[in-house]
Design a protein around this ligand. Structure first.
Ligand SMILES: CC(C)(COP(=O)(O)OP(=O)(O)OC[C@H]1O[C@@H](n2cnc3c(N)ncnc32)[C@H](O)[C@@H]1OP(=O)(O)O)[C@@H](O)C(=O)NCCC(=O)NCCS
Length: 147
């Protein structure tokens, strides 16, 4: 059974492995670990027993949160894991008095865009050539809620 829990030190190596597997420009293990000590950060993992099958990372400044990354292991995709991660993140952010969640997504990443649309995000802007490797525009998406 997959459970959503707050990331702890034991999860960090597997989160860093997933970063490498899923992104061209991955966070290092040390960078992921440093988030544990950051009071502004909240990272959640989807755990199937000891195995980390997905994660979402965020940072909140006052009442605005930036979703920095989200990934699900290829063997566990299209089972609602990412949806569950974001829904749990939003619940946790409400408790922390955040009022909105922003993210950037590659213009070509239509699968992730569909996920965000289902979750109630709307496009609020575009950042030209935001991504490297390969170079690509980012769509800026935002979801707001009342607290
Ligand atoms: C994007 C990603 C996190 C989605 O994870 P996931 O656990 O498979 O997503 P979910 O199962 O929660 O998807 C929920 C819904 O979103 C939509 N969706 C998600 N991924 C999709 C895809 N690749 N293609 C089309 N629709 C997709 C579907 O409507 C899906 O519901 P359905 O499976 O019943 O049709 C995953 O594909 C991933 O890790 N990709 C690589 C990293 C990445 O691109 N991260 C996003 C960076 S902004």
């Amino acid at each position: 059974m997959i459970e959503i829990v707050e990331m702890n030190a034991n999860h960090v190596p597997q989160v860093a492995e997933l970063e490498k597997m899923c992104f061209h420009d991955p966070w290092s293990e040390a960078s992921v670990a440093s988030e544990l000590g950051n009071p502004l950060s909240l990272w959640l993992v989807a755990a199937d027993g000891e195995k980390v099958v997905g994660y979402v990372g965020s940072q909140t400044v006052i009442d605005m949160t930036d979703m920095m990354n989200i990934a699900v292991h290829p063997d566990f995709r299209r089972r609602g894991v990412a949806k569950m991660l974001v829904e749990r993140l939003v619940d946790a952010l409400k408790d922390r008095q955040s009022r909105c969640l922003m993210l950037e997504v590659r213009a070509s990443n239509t699968g992730a865009q569909l996920l965000y649309e289902i979750l109630g995000f709307v496009q609020v802007g575009i950042r030209k050539n935001y991504y490297r490797n390969p170079k690509e525009d980012a769509l800026i998406l935002r979801k707001e809620w009342e607290i």
